[in-house]
Design a binder for this molecule. Structure first.
Ligand code: SF4
Length: 379
Protein backbone atom coordinates (compact mmCIF):
# COMPACT_ATOMS: atom_id res chain seq x y z
CA UNK A 1 0.00 0.00 0.00
CA UNK A 2 1.13 3.54 -0.76
CA UNK A 3 0.68 6.46 1.60
CA UNK A 4 1.00 10.25 1.50
CA UNK A 5 2.84 11.92 4.37
CA UNK A 6 2.26 15.52 5.45
CA UNK A 7 4.65 17.30 7.80
CA UNK A 8 3.52 20.48 9.52
CA UNK A 9 5.89 23.34 10.33
CA UNK A 10 3.84 25.86 12.33
CA UNK A 11 6.22 28.84 12.14
CA UNK A 12 5.65 31.95 10.00
CA UNK A 13 7.39 35.30 9.78
CA UNK A 14 4.08 37.08 10.52
CA UNK A 15 0.37 36.29 10.50
CA UNK A 16 -1.57 37.06 7.31
CA UNK A 17 -4.92 38.70 8.00
CA UNK A 18 -6.99 35.95 6.34
CA UNK A 19 -5.15 32.96 7.79
CA UNK A 20 -6.71 30.48 10.21
CA UNK A 21 -4.07 27.79 9.77
CA UNK A 22 -2.26 26.48 12.80
CA UNK A 23 0.69 28.81 12.38
CA UNK A 24 2.21 31.72 14.21
CA UNK A 25 5.24 34.00 14.28
CA UNK A 26 5.24 33.82 18.11
CA UNK A 27 5.23 30.25 19.34
CA UNK A 28 6.25 29.46 22.89
CA UNK A 29 8.69 26.81 21.76
CA UNK A 30 11.50 27.49 19.30
CA UNK A 31 11.96 25.70 16.01
CA UNK A 32 15.05 23.74 17.16
CA UNK A 33 13.08 22.09 19.98
CA UNK A 34 10.06 21.56 17.74
CA UNK A 35 12.20 19.77 15.16
CA UNK A 36 13.62 17.48 17.86
CA UNK A 37 10.07 16.45 18.82
CA UNK A 38 9.09 16.06 15.18
CA UNK A 39 12.03 13.74 14.52
CA UNK A 40 10.92 11.62 17.45
CA UNK A 41 7.42 11.44 15.93
CA UNK A 42 8.98 10.45 12.59
CA UNK A 43 10.90 7.66 14.33
CA UNK A 44 7.82 6.29 16.07
CA UNK A 45 5.56 6.54 13.01
CA UNK A 46 8.10 5.01 10.66
CA UNK A 47 8.01 1.83 12.75
CA UNK A 48 4.25 1.69 12.28
CA UNK A 49 4.60 2.20 8.52
CA UNK A 50 7.25 -0.49 8.22
CA UNK A 51 5.14 -2.96 10.18
CA UNK A 52 2.16 -2.21 7.92
CA UNK A 53 4.34 -2.68 4.81
CA UNK A 54 3.53 0.80 3.55
CA UNK A 55 5.46 2.66 0.86
CA UNK A 56 5.70 6.46 1.09
CA UNK A 57 4.43 7.80 -2.23
CA UNK A 58 4.50 11.53 -1.49
CA UNK A 59 5.89 13.82 1.19
CA UNK A 60 4.53 17.33 1.60
CA UNK A 61 6.16 19.74 4.05
CA UNK A 62 3.76 22.61 4.65
CA UNK A 63 2.70 25.01 7.31
CA UNK A 64 3.14 27.65 8.32
CA UNK A 65 6.20 28.50 6.29
CA UNK A 66 8.77 25.68 6.28
CA UNK A 67 11.40 27.99 4.75
CA UNK A 68 11.48 30.25 7.84
CA UNK A 69 13.64 27.45 9.22
CA UNK A 70 17.37 28.01 8.78
CA UNK A 71 19.29 26.12 6.08
CA UNK A 72 20.81 23.92 8.81
CA UNK A 73 17.38 23.16 10.29
CA UNK A 74 15.93 22.35 6.86
CA UNK A 75 18.87 20.08 6.17
CA UNK A 76 18.34 18.20 9.45
CA UNK A 77 14.59 17.89 8.79
CA UNK A 78 15.10 16.49 5.29
CA UNK A 79 17.74 14.10 6.55
CA UNK A 80 15.31 12.83 9.23
CA UNK A 81 12.67 12.38 6.53
CA UNK A 82 15.05 10.38 4.34
CA UNK A 83 15.99 8.17 7.29
CA UNK A 84 12.48 7.49 8.51
CA UNK A 85 10.44 7.79 5.30
CA UNK A 86 12.81 6.26 2.76
CA UNK A 87 12.07 7.67 -0.71
CA UNK A 88 11.39 5.03 -3.35
CA UNK A 89 12.91 6.91 -6.26
CA UNK A 90 9.51 7.98 -7.52
CA UNK A 91 8.48 9.86 -4.38
CA UNK A 92 6.94 13.29 -5.02
CA UNK A 93 8.43 15.57 -2.41
CA UNK A 94 7.00 19.07 -2.07
CA UNK A 95 7.97 21.96 0.19
CA UNK A 96 5.91 25.11 0.62
CA UNK A 97 7.99 28.24 0.18
CA UNK A 98 7.13 31.86 0.83
CA UNK A 99 8.96 34.66 -1.00
CA UNK A 100 11.41 36.45 1.24
CA UNK A 101 12.22 33.26 3.17
CA UNK A 102 14.22 31.40 0.52
CA UNK A 103 17.78 32.01 -0.59
CA UNK A 104 20.33 30.08 -2.64
CA UNK A 105 21.72 28.17 0.35
CA UNK A 106 18.23 26.93 1.32
CA UNK A 107 17.37 26.05 -2.30
CA UNK A 108 20.53 23.92 -2.49
CA UNK A 109 19.65 22.21 0.80
CA UNK A 110 16.13 21.44 -0.44
CA UNK A 111 17.28 20.02 -3.77
CA UNK A 112 20.16 18.03 -2.28
CA UNK A 113 17.84 16.79 0.46
CA UNK A 114 15.53 15.13 -2.08
CA UNK A 115 12.83 17.75 -2.60
CA UNK A 116 11.59 17.77 -6.20
CA UNK A 117 8.61 20.10 -6.12
CA UNK A 118 8.08 23.62 -4.75
CA UNK A 119 4.80 25.33 -3.97
CA UNK A 120 5.38 29.08 -3.88
CA UNK A 121 2.89 31.39 -2.14
CA UNK A 122 2.77 34.38 -4.51
CA UNK A 123 -0.90 35.38 -3.91
CA UNK A 124 -0.95 38.64 -5.88
CA UNK A 125 1.16 40.97 -8.02
CA UNK A 126 0.09 44.20 -6.33
CA UNK A 127 2.33 45.32 -3.45
CA UNK A 128 -0.38 47.39 -1.74
CA UNK A 129 -2.76 44.44 -1.64
CA UNK A 130 0.05 42.11 -0.51
CA UNK A 131 0.78 44.50 2.37
CA UNK A 132 -2.92 44.75 3.24
CA UNK A 133 -3.12 40.95 3.39
CA UNK A 134 -0.22 40.94 5.86
CA UNK A 135 2.14 39.22 3.44
CA UNK A 136 5.75 39.99 4.28
CA UNK A 137 7.02 40.09 0.70
CA UNK A 138 6.67 42.22 -2.40
CA UNK A 139 5.84 41.05 -5.88
CA UNK A 140 9.49 41.59 -6.91
CA UNK A 141 10.57 39.22 -4.12
CA UNK A 142 8.07 36.65 -5.34
CA UNK A 143 9.54 36.87 -8.84
CA UNK A 144 13.08 36.52 -7.46
CA UNK A 145 12.03 33.49 -5.41
CA UNK A 146 10.45 31.87 -8.45
CA UNK A 147 13.52 32.52 -10.62
CA UNK A 148 15.77 31.07 -7.93
CA UNK A 149 13.60 27.96 -7.48
CA UNK A 150 13.52 27.47 -11.25
CA UNK A 151 17.30 26.99 -11.21
CA UNK A 152 16.89 24.01 -8.90
CA UNK A 153 13.48 22.42 -9.52
CA UNK A 154 11.55 21.15 -12.53
CA UNK A 155 8.17 21.21 -10.83
CA UNK A 156 7.00 24.58 -9.54
CA UNK A 157 3.54 25.49 -8.37
CA UNK A 158 2.28 28.99 -7.62
CA UNK A 159 -0.52 29.87 -5.21
CA UNK A 160 -2.68 32.84 -6.11
CA UNK A 161 -5.68 34.32 -4.31
CA UNK A 162 -8.43 36.30 -5.97
CA UNK A 163 -11.49 38.14 -4.70
CA UNK A 164 -9.20 40.35 -2.60
CA UNK A 165 -10.19 43.64 -0.94
CA UNK A 166 -10.34 46.39 -3.55
CA UNK A 167 -9.56 43.98 -6.40
CA UNK A 168 -11.33 44.25 -9.76
CA UNK A 169 -11.75 41.51 -12.36
CA UNK A 170 -9.17 43.24 -14.57
CA UNK A 171 -6.65 43.09 -11.67
CA UNK A 172 -7.08 39.38 -11.03
CA UNK A 173 -6.88 38.63 -14.76
CA UNK A 174 -3.63 40.61 -14.92
CA UNK A 175 -2.24 38.61 -11.99
CA UNK A 176 -3.06 35.27 -13.59
CA UNK A 177 -1.68 36.40 -16.98
CA UNK A 178 1.54 37.64 -15.39
CA UNK A 179 2.12 34.43 -13.48
CA UNK A 180 1.36 32.26 -16.51
CA UNK A 181 4.26 34.06 -18.21
CA UNK A 182 6.55 32.60 -15.54
CA UNK A 183 5.63 29.15 -16.85
CA UNK A 184 5.00 27.25 -13.63
CA UNK A 185 3.96 23.62 -14.03
CA UNK A 186 1.10 23.92 -11.56
CA UNK A 187 -1.24 26.73 -10.53
CA UNK A 188 -3.54 26.94 -7.50
CA UNK A 189 -6.18 29.65 -7.83
CA UNK A 190 -8.13 30.24 -4.64
CA UNK A 191 -10.97 32.60 -3.90
CA UNK A 192 -10.33 34.50 -0.65
CA UNK A 193 -12.42 33.05 2.17
CA UNK A 194 -13.30 34.93 5.31
CA UNK A 195 -12.51 32.57 8.16
CA UNK A 196 -13.95 33.15 11.56
CA UNK A 197 -11.65 34.71 14.13
CA UNK A 198 -9.24 36.18 11.58
CA UNK A 199 -8.20 39.81 11.45
CA UNK A 200 -9.83 40.03 8.03
CA UNK A 201 -13.19 39.18 9.58
CA UNK A 202 -12.73 42.03 12.10
CA UNK A 203 -11.71 44.53 9.40
CA UNK A 204 -14.79 43.64 7.35
CA UNK A 205 -17.08 44.00 10.36
CA UNK A 206 -15.60 47.42 11.11
CA UNK A 207 -16.04 48.44 7.46
CA UNK A 208 -12.32 49.04 7.04
CA UNK A 209 -12.10 46.86 3.96
CA UNK A 210 -14.67 45.66 1.43
CA UNK A 211 -14.62 42.59 -0.73
CA UNK A 212 -15.73 42.27 -4.36
CA UNK A 213 -19.36 41.20 -4.78
CA UNK A 214 -20.17 37.52 -5.25
CA UNK A 215 -20.77 38.12 -8.99
CA UNK A 216 -17.40 39.85 -9.37
CA UNK A 217 -15.65 37.05 -7.48
CA UNK A 218 -17.30 34.48 -9.76
CA UNK A 219 -16.25 36.45 -12.82
CA UNK A 220 -12.66 36.56 -11.54
CA UNK A 221 -12.64 32.79 -11.13
CA UNK A 222 -14.16 32.25 -14.56
CA UNK A 223 -11.66 34.60 -16.22
CA UNK A 224 -8.77 33.00 -14.33
CA UNK A 225 -9.86 29.59 -15.50
CA UNK A 226 -10.08 30.75 -19.12
CA UNK A 227 -6.62 32.33 -19.01
CA UNK A 228 -5.07 29.24 -17.46
CA UNK A 229 -6.75 26.94 -19.96
CA UNK A 230 -5.55 29.13 -22.83
CA UNK A 231 -2.01 28.74 -21.45
CA UNK A 232 -2.23 24.95 -21.60
CA UNK A 233 -3.18 24.21 -17.98
CA UNK A 234 -5.60 21.41 -17.35
CA UNK A 235 -8.27 22.30 -14.76
CA UNK A 236 -8.23 19.12 -12.67
CA UNK A 237 -9.64 20.22 -9.31
CA UNK A 238 -11.91 23.08 -8.27
CA UNK A 239 -8.96 25.38 -7.50
CA UNK A 240 -6.08 23.56 -9.18
CA UNK A 241 -4.62 23.57 -12.68
CA UNK A 242 -1.67 21.61 -14.03
CA UNK A 243 0.39 21.18 -17.16
CA UNK A 244 0.20 17.56 -18.42
CA UNK A 245 1.89 15.19 -15.97
CA UNK A 246 2.11 17.78 -13.19
CA UNK A 247 -1.00 17.24 -11.08
CA UNK A 248 -0.13 17.30 -7.37
CA UNK A 249 0.00 13.61 -6.47
CA UNK A 250 -0.01 14.41 -2.77
CA UNK A 251 -3.24 16.39 -2.87
CA UNK A 252 -4.81 13.83 -5.21
CA UNK A 253 -4.55 11.32 -2.38
CA UNK A 254 -6.77 13.59 -0.24
CA UNK A 255 -9.30 14.08 -3.02
CA UNK A 256 -9.33 10.38 -3.83
CA UNK A 257 -9.91 9.71 -0.13
CA UNK A 258 -6.82 7.56 0.21
CA UNK A 259 -4.82 7.13 3.45
CA UNK A 260 -2.36 9.75 4.59
CA UNK A 261 -0.30 10.35 7.65
CA UNK A 262 0.13 13.81 9.15
CA UNK A 263 3.06 14.56 11.44
CA UNK A 264 3.62 17.66 13.50
CA UNK A 265 1.52 19.98 15.60
CA UNK A 266 -2.21 19.62 14.93
CA UNK A 267 -1.60 17.45 11.86
CA UNK A 268 -4.46 15.31 10.52
CA UNK A 269 -4.20 11.70 9.39
CA UNK A 270 -6.53 9.23 7.71
CA UNK A 271 -5.15 5.84 8.40
CA UNK A 272 -6.51 2.36 9.06
CA UNK A 273 -10.16 3.48 8.82
CA UNK A 274 -9.90 6.32 11.31
CA UNK A 275 -9.30 10.05 11.12
CA UNK A 276 -6.80 11.42 13.65
CA UNK A 277 -5.76 14.86 14.71
CA UNK A 278 -2.58 15.46 16.67
CA UNK A 279 -2.90 17.76 19.62
CA UNK A 280 -2.63 21.47 18.74
CA UNK A 281 -1.11 22.19 22.16
CA UNK A 282 2.58 22.78 21.45
CA UNK A 283 4.02 22.06 24.94
CA UNK A 284 1.88 18.90 25.15
CA UNK A 285 3.01 17.82 21.69
CA UNK A 286 6.63 18.38 22.57
CA UNK A 287 6.57 16.86 26.06
CA UNK A 288 4.81 13.68 24.90
CA UNK A 289 7.37 13.06 22.21
CA UNK A 290 10.35 13.90 24.36
CA UNK A 291 9.03 11.32 26.84
CA UNK A 292 9.06 8.76 24.01
CA UNK A 293 5.31 8.69 23.33
CA UNK A 294 3.27 9.72 20.31
CA UNK A 295 1.39 12.99 20.88
CA UNK A 296 -2.22 12.79 22.08
CA UNK A 297 -4.66 12.49 19.20
CA UNK A 298 -8.38 12.95 18.69
CA UNK A 299 -9.65 9.81 16.94
CA UNK A 300 -12.72 9.49 14.76
CA UNK A 301 -13.41 5.96 13.44
CA UNK A 302 -14.80 6.05 9.91
CA UNK A 303 -17.59 3.55 9.17
CA UNK A 304 -18.19 2.43 5.60
CA UNK A 305 -21.17 4.75 4.99
CA UNK A 306 -19.08 7.77 6.00
CA UNK A 307 -16.18 6.58 3.87
CA UNK A 308 -18.50 6.38 0.87
CA UNK A 309 -19.89 9.85 1.51
CA UNK A 310 -16.40 11.28 1.93
CA UNK A 311 -15.36 9.59 -1.30
CA UNK A 312 -18.22 11.36 -3.12
CA UNK A 313 -17.64 14.76 -1.50
CA UNK A 314 -13.88 14.75 -2.06
CA UNK A 315 -13.97 13.07 -5.48
CA UNK A 316 -16.46 15.58 -6.86
CA UNK A 317 -13.80 18.25 -6.33
CA UNK A 318 -11.95 16.66 -9.23
CA UNK A 319 -13.04 17.57 -12.74
CA UNK A 320 -12.67 13.87 -13.62
CA UNK A 321 -15.32 13.26 -10.95
CA UNK A 322 -15.98 9.96 -9.17
CA UNK A 323 -15.49 6.90 -11.32
CA UNK A 324 -18.32 4.32 -11.11
CA UNK A 325 -15.84 1.50 -11.67
CA UNK A 326 -13.45 2.70 -8.97
CA UNK A 327 -16.30 3.17 -6.47
CA UNK A 328 -17.57 -0.35 -7.27
CA UNK A 329 -14.05 -1.78 -6.84
CA UNK A 330 -13.61 -0.08 -3.48
CA UNK A 331 -17.05 -0.63 -1.92
CA UNK A 332 -18.60 -3.43 -3.99
CA UNK A 333 -21.58 -1.15 -4.56
CA UNK A 334 -22.91 0.89 -7.47
CA UNK A 335 -22.89 4.54 -6.46
CA UNK A 336 -25.72 5.26 -8.93
CA UNK A 337 -27.98 2.97 -6.89
CA UNK A 338 -26.64 4.00 -3.51
CA UNK A 339 -27.09 7.74 -4.11
CA UNK A 340 -29.95 7.48 -6.64
CA UNK A 341 -32.14 10.13 -4.95
CA UNK A 342 -29.29 12.64 -4.49
CA UNK A 343 -28.06 12.18 -8.06
CA UNK A 344 -31.55 12.55 -9.48
CA UNK A 345 -32.20 15.79 -7.55
CA UNK A 346 -28.84 17.36 -8.39
CA UNK A 347 -29.03 16.37 -12.07
CA UNK A 348 -32.49 17.95 -12.32
CA UNK A 349 -31.04 21.20 -10.97
CA UNK A 350 -28.23 20.95 -13.53
CA UNK A 351 -25.51 20.82 -10.86
CA UNK A 352 -23.99 17.45 -11.76
CA UNK A 353 -23.63 15.37 -14.88
CA UNK A 354 -22.94 11.71 -15.49
CA UNK A 355 -21.63 9.79 -18.48
CA UNK A 356 -20.95 6.08 -18.75
CA UNK A 357 -17.73 6.43 -16.69
CA UNK A 358 -18.20 8.92 -13.87
CA UNK A 359 -20.26 11.52 -12.07
CA UNK A 360 -18.91 15.06 -11.88
CA UNK A 361 -19.87 18.65 -11.17
CA UNK A 362 -21.41 20.44 -14.15
CA UNK A 363 -20.23 23.87 -15.25
CA UNK A 364 -23.16 25.28 -13.30
CA UNK A 365 -22.40 23.11 -10.28
CA UNK A 366 -18.73 24.10 -10.04
CA UNK A 367 -19.26 27.43 -8.23
CA UNK A 368 -21.97 25.79 -6.09
CA UNK A 369 -19.83 22.82 -5.12
CA UNK A 370 -20.53 23.12 -1.40
CA UNK A 371 -24.27 22.77 -2.03
CA UNK A 372 -23.63 19.62 -4.02
CA UNK A 373 -21.29 18.12 -1.41
CA UNK A 374 -23.86 18.72 1.33
CA UNK A 375 -26.32 16.47 -0.52
CA UNK A 376 -24.02 13.48 -0.09
CA UNK A 377 -23.26 13.96 3.58
CA UNK A 378 -25.54 12.47 6.24
CA UNK A 379 -23.01 11.31 8.84
S1 SF4 B 1 2.29 32.59 5.37
FE1 SF4 B 1 0.65 31.07 5.05
S2 SF4 B 1 0.49 29.92 6.98
FE2 SF4 B 1 1.72 31.79 7.39
S3 SF4 B 1 0.23 33.25 8.17
FE3 SF4 B 1 0.39 33.61 5.96
S4 SF4 B 1 -1.22 32.31 5.03
FE4 SF4 B 1 -0.92 31.62 7.15
Amino acid sequence: MKIAVYIHIPYCSSKCIYCDFLSSPNLAIGSAEYLRALEQELTLRSRELREAGVVVDTVYIGGGTPTVLSAAELSALLSACRTHLPPTGGTEWTVEVNPGTIDRAKAVVLRDGGVNRISLGVQDINDDRLALLGRTHTFAQARQAFTLCREFFNALSVDVMIGLPGQKAADSAETVEELCAWQPEHFSLYGLKVESGTRLEGLLEQGEVTLPSEEEALLMMQQGKEILTAHGFNHYEIANFAKPGHQCRHNLSYWENRPYLGLGLGAHSYWQNSRYRNTADLPLYQNSLLAGNLPPVAIHPVEMREEMEDTMMLGLRLTAGVSFKEFQRRFRLDLRTLFAAEIHGLAERGLIECDSEAIRLSRRGLPLANLVFAEFITV
